[in-house]
Design a protein around this ligand. Structure first.
Ligand code: ARG
Length: 566
């Protein structure tokens, strides 16, 4: 596709040799309104070099300019040079590109031969899968999809919290208050109930904590009963998790939880020892990180048991050896910033240059109606309830607005879940999100259902415009400002994806498809599409077709379905 800014740089650089091309590129602006052109170059910074007033420089440059035919004209206003693109060429370029490339539009092979590990979701067995884990799941899933779309080979890993002291607590709770059938029926919520009950009871009965610790020690020592309970809790949980992931359209290449590294930590501890990095501290083993302004990384507790960090060290080595990654990403909330900084620093101190390729992708916390989500006190919104609520809500809306819709169930599922995912990916990931039932299900404004509805609207127009839209349209019919706005938003879409990849920031894609949907809806409201005039009709249908294609790609990159009808 034509790169307009590069073309401007190449004509300008012939006359402005004093400034580097990259600098010129960075100076090019998009004017606030179309009277001032499609691109602008400010000449204020050249005044010193040319010893002339900026408006004179702009005029000089305008006169000397040998414009490419992709530009119609260049004008000046004050110290600015304004470039006007040829709208006909632009429309034909962008539309042909989208229509020709179909679902591959904006994709790339830039990542070819490079592997990216994405560690995401990673809920904890016997603790709830709450809206906080939903964030990791949808952000990680979208990052995975975006990277794949740009040609990277992605490995999706679910580092389940399936080992740890909570199992000791659950075993005690199960023995005292548990019920087999209940756990088999609703594993996640039943285990949570036991977890909460344990903490309630432990407040007045300190013995329970000791018993729990003892059970965890048994697990670590390979006790049969302890391990078979642990295995059962984990398996039941994973079964239910897989159902949730299926509804969310999320898949993992590997379910390698913390327990997977039980036999892979010794070598790491040996290497740390042989490199002289371990220090004893009251019987525990630590790596001192004082020089780097961090608290020490705890590798082994006094009782010989290992920790979260030990498992992450083992996981990093395992992943490097197994996948030889180019980058390895970890998607968790920012409360784990220190943890990952410590782990990566330890790998660096061990002398592995790939330490730098491990990247923590932090995101903001989720609060529920203003309160922090806390497992122990039981103030959690279970994901299951959120999804159920969302789908119910959509069903009500369909009943009211479009009761004869075919496939109501499937569409309600796609739209309800899409709304939840979109809500989560709307703000830059580092921001805290306050989860409230009202905003998650607000179907007007900048939401998932709005974009999905726009996609369905475009699909319906295409169904009505009976002729096939192909490359045979007259782009002269598309030179008005409103159409231009749609095409410009589509033109920016590939850049949005690349930026989203670089920054691991799906909200850039979210923003881009909202902008496209808004521009398209204006186009739809202001222009009749299925008109008598065949030339106009065909050209406008091409815009509709391209918009539908791009919205569908964008939704897909976010992990959201794009229904044909709503
Ligand atoms: N299970 C952890 C939690 O819920 C997240 C694990 C993230 N991945 C990792 N490799 N540490 O907080």
């Amino acid at each position: 596709m034509i790169n307009y800014k590069d073309k401007i740089v190449s004509v300008l650089s012939k006359n402005v040799k004093e400034i580097k091309e990259t600098k010129i590129l960075s100076m090019i602006e998009t004017p606030p309104n179309l009277n001032m052109g499609d691109f602008a170059f400010p000449c204020f910074g050249l005044a010193k070099i040319f010893r002339k007033a900026p408006n004179m420089i702009a005029q000089d440059l305008a006169e000397k300019m040998e414009l490419d035919k992709i530009f119609n004209r260049v004008s000046t206003s004050g110290g600015y040079l304004n470039f006007f693109i040829d709208r006909r060429i632009f429309a034909s370029e962008i539309l042909n590109e989208v229509i020709n490339k179909r679902e591959k539009f904006a994709s790339s092979t830039m990542g070819k031969g490079k592997t990216i590990c994405v560690d995401f979701s990673a809920p904890n067995v016997a603790k709830p899968f709450h809206v906080g884990h939903l964030r990791s799941t949808v952000i990680g899933n979208s990052i995975y999809r975006i990277n794949e779309f740009l040609g990277y080979n992605c490995v999706g890993i679910n580092h389940l919290g399936d080992w740890g002291t909570q199992f000791g607590k659950i075993i005690v709770a199960y023995h005292n208050w548990g019920n087999k059938e209940e756990i088999e029926e609703t594993p996640i919520s039943s285990l949570l109930k036991l977890y909460v009950k344990f903490h309630d009871e432990a407040k007045s009965n300190a013995k329970l904590e000791d018993e729990a610790r003892a059970w965890f020690v048994k697990m670590e020592n390979g006790d049969k009963e302890a391990l078979s309970l642990w295995k059962w809790f984990s398996e039941e949980t994973i079964k239910e998790l897989k159902k949730i992931y299926k509804r969310l359209g999320v898949e993992f290449d590997y379910y390698t939880g913390e327990s997977f590294y039980n036999d892979k930590m010794d070598v790491v501890i040996e290497e740390l020892t042989s490199k002289g990095l371990l220090k004893e501290n009251k019987g525990a083993l630590i790596v001192d990180l004082d020089d780097y302004d961090m608290s020490p990384c705890l590798v082994q507790k006094t009782d010989g048991s290992t920790l979260y960090a030990t498992r992450d060290l083992a996981a990093a080595f395992y992943r490097k050896k197994t996948f030889n990654f180019y980058k390895s990403l970890y998607v968790t909330d920012y409360s784990q910033n220190l943890h990952f900084a410590q782990v990566f620093k330890v790998i660096d101190l061990m002398g592995h240059e790939w330490a730098k390729d491990n990247i923590h992708v932090p995101f903001g916390r989720v609060t529920h109606e203003g309160k922090r989500i806390q497992t122990r006190k039981g103030t959690v919104v279970l994901l299951d309830d959120v999804l159920k609520g969302a789908v119910e809500k959509v069903k009500e809306i369909i009943k009211e607005k479009n009761p004869n819709l075919e496939n109501k169930e499937t569409i309600a599922e796609d739209v309800g879940i899409g709304a939840v995912i979109f809500n989560d990916l709307s703000n830059s990931r580092i921001k805290d999100v306050s989860f409230s039932w009202d905003t998650a299900f607000n179907f007007d404004g900048e939401t998932g259902p709005y974009v999905q509805y726009t996609h369905a609207r475009a699909s319906s127009v295409l169904r009505r415009g009976e002729e096939q839209v192909d490359f045979d349209f007259n782009s002269e019919m598309l030179s008005d400002d409103i159409t231009l706005k749609v095409l410009k938003e589509i033109y920016e879409f590939p850049n949005a994806i690349k930026n989203a990849q670089i920054k691991s920031e799906p909200s850039i894609v979210t923003r881009s498809i909202i902008d496209i949907a808004q521009a398209f809806n204006r186009f739809y409201n202001e222009h009749q599409i299925i008109v008598e005039d065949k030339e106009i009709r065909k050209a406008r249908l091409a815009v509709v077709k391209a918009t539908k294609q791009v919205l569908s790609i964008g939704l897909n990159l976010l992990g959201i379905k794009a229904p044909e009808r709503m």
